[in-house]
Design a protein around this ligand. Structure first.
Ligand SMILES: [Zn+2]
Ligand SMILES: [Zn+2]
Length: 107
């Protein structure tokens, strides 16, 4: 039986994800950037939805606690893929990715 995530943990995981799918499974067909991340933008109100911008908070260790260190957020497509393959064992909180600011051209 899994330990449910408290609402605050889900909220924190969502914030830490920078509102992006945290799937980094190299086999997942949904990756959308050159680092192999899915990076699908997730809307908070869509939590639990199975729409393209829906998402789910999942346990990294299925038998682990309902804490932030055991929580990652996946978009609905990656969630379905992970469920289908049993791949729910990726790091929850990835390194913070610096926000890339386009260089301003000219002076
Ligand atoms: Zn995804
Ligand atoms: Zn994925």
């Amino acid at each position: 039986m899994q330990h449910e995530f408290p609402h605050a943990v889900i909220r924190e995981a969502y914030n830490l994800s920078q509102h992006r799918c945290q799937c980094t499974d190299p086999n997942c067909p949904h990756k959308s950037d050159d680092e192999g991340r899915c990076y699908q933008i997730l809307r908070w109100p869509a939590h639990g939805d199975n729409t393209p911008d829906g998402w789910h908070a999942v346990h990294i260790d299925p038998a682990g606690p309902g804490t932030i260190s055991n929580c990652q957020v996946l978009c609905s497509r990656c969630y379905q893929y992970a469920l289908a393959t049993g791949r729910l064992t990726k790091p929850a909180v990835e390194r913070r990715r610096p926000v890339l600011v386009p260089a301003t051209a000219g002076a």
